[in-house]
Design a protein around this ligand. Structure first.
Ligand code: MLT
Length: 411
């Protein structure tokens, strides 16, 4: 008899974003003419930078000529892309990261889930609450948790509440944990971490033999020069952290698909027989077995992000979305709502008005304003009473959505 991975049965209903899409579909079926504006999932709306498109068109031409045609590429990504990443994203910021430590992939979401392949069972896993749900759900799927309780917390996970009271920076645990997921600038709260915050985590991880899984998918939105873009800006992080990056939110690659993961060769763990093993060797083995690399065309598109034109076009996109974020912050605060984030991040974390629950506010916003956002409780129990609004949309839609919300929700 076939058996299944019963851990999947422990998962709460649907994954958050498909569940939102389902509710919007149901609403649209009975309100087909409602002019819905989506500020829910953090999906970009603006066209790909011209530099990336030009590079991809050229790459298509390469594929049409036997002399430049490419078959399977390296599973880890082409050296010309990895070298640019290492030099411009890391070495230029003083981080000692070598091209051979970069693994190009098709998404940060996939990598943050797949990374669990190289860790054993029995690790204590710490996640912030609220949190990007992928970290939690992939641990549930891998059998690292028990069942979920009424609050939506899984037995066996160590939750680190991030709230307005602690400035959305998690407190260092008072006990040893093995794997720690951190995401800064934070999804969903839009909060940032200072160098001192990250140093405290790196020091803790080194003292306890923990590994930090650092998701920096939103680093491009940082405009304060004092804030770290990478955990490797902190001394000692090469010995305790893996970092995930993405081209989705900076260069608009959500539909094009390209990201990368950094696994330093100095990040070592001890196997049960006492042997020292590098996580780099395990991840390399995993990727070369289960992954065939990102398409040549897409990697050429990603490479163009590092050209002078690409850099300035990406800056233009970031500026545009940050202006949207500023408009959202301003309009909602003027209407008397309490807002957080949205300064160095494309997400605005809003306290729901009138004491509404996150999902009640979601339903009201959809029914009264035809605006879709993301209920804070979908990111964890501590997100209840909050709501996430994404700045990824056209200016016109953001302005229209804000005027509809403020007309209905003046506090
Ligand atoms: C989000 O809305 O949280 C993100 O778009 C999800 C993702 O990047 O996978």
């Amino acid at each position: 008899m076939v058996t299944i991975n019963e851990n999947y049965l422990k998962l709460k209903a649907g994954y958050l974003f498909p569940e939102i899409a389902r509710r919007v579909r149901v609403f649209t079926e009975s309100n087909p003419d409602a002019p819905i504006i989506k500020l829910g999932i953090g999906d970009v709306t603006e066209p790909l930078p011209e530099a990336c498109r030009t590079a991809m068109i050229k790459a298509v031409e390469d594929m049409g000529d036997r002399a430049t045609f490419k078959g399977y590429g390296p599973e880890q990504g082409y050296a010309w892309l990895r070298e640019k990443i290492a030099s411009q994203d890391f070495q230029a910021r003083g981080c000692e990261i070598d091209a051979s430590e970069i693994f190009v992939s098709d998404g940060g979401k996939c990598d943050t889930g797949n990374i669990l392949d190289i860790f054993g069972k029995g690790n204590t896993i710490a996640v912030t609450d609220p949190v990007y749900p992928v970290y939690v759900d992939t641990n549930v799927m891998a059998g690292h948790t028990g069942p979920v309780n009424d609050k939506g917390e899984y037995e066996g996970l160590f939750y680190l509440p991030i709230t307005a009271e602690n400035n959305f920076t998690a407190k260092i645990p008072d006990r040893p944990v093995d794997l720690i997921y951190l995401c800064f600038p934070n999804n969903p709260t839009g909060a940032t971490a200072s160098k001192a915050d990250l140093k405290a985590w790196v020091d803790y991880a080194r003292a306890n033999g923990s590994v930090i899984l650092f998701d920096a998918a939103y680093e491009a939105f940082i405009t304060d020069p004092e804030l770290p873009h990478s955990i490797y800006e902190i001394e000692g992080a090469r010995e305790c952290a893996i970092e995930f990056r993405s081209f989705s939110k900076n260069a608009g690659f959500t539909g094009t698909r390209c990201a990368y993961t950094v696994v330093p060769k100095s990040l070592k763990v001890t196997a049960s027989d006492g042997a020292e093993v590098t996580l780099h060797q395990l991840w390399n083995r995993r990727q070369s077995t289960k992954f065939n690399g990102v398409s040549y065309l897409v990697q050429r598109g990603a490479e163009a992000v590092y050209s002078p034109e690409g850099q300035s076009q990406v800056q233009g996109l970031i500026k545009f979305y940050l202006e949207n974020a500023q408009i959202i912050r301003q309009k909602l605060s003027d209407a008397g709502l309490t807002v957080y984030g949205g300064v160095h991040a494309p997400y605005i974390w809003v306290k729901t008005p009138q004491g509404l629950s996150s999902w009640d506010f979601f339903d009201k916003l959809l029914n009264l304003c035809y605006v879709v956002g993301t209920p804070g409780s979908g990111f964890g129990a501590a997100g209840e009473g909050y709501f996430r609004i994404s700045a990824f949309n056209s200016r016109e839609n953001v302005e229209e959505a804000m005027s509809r919300i403020t007309d209905n929700f003046k506090v």
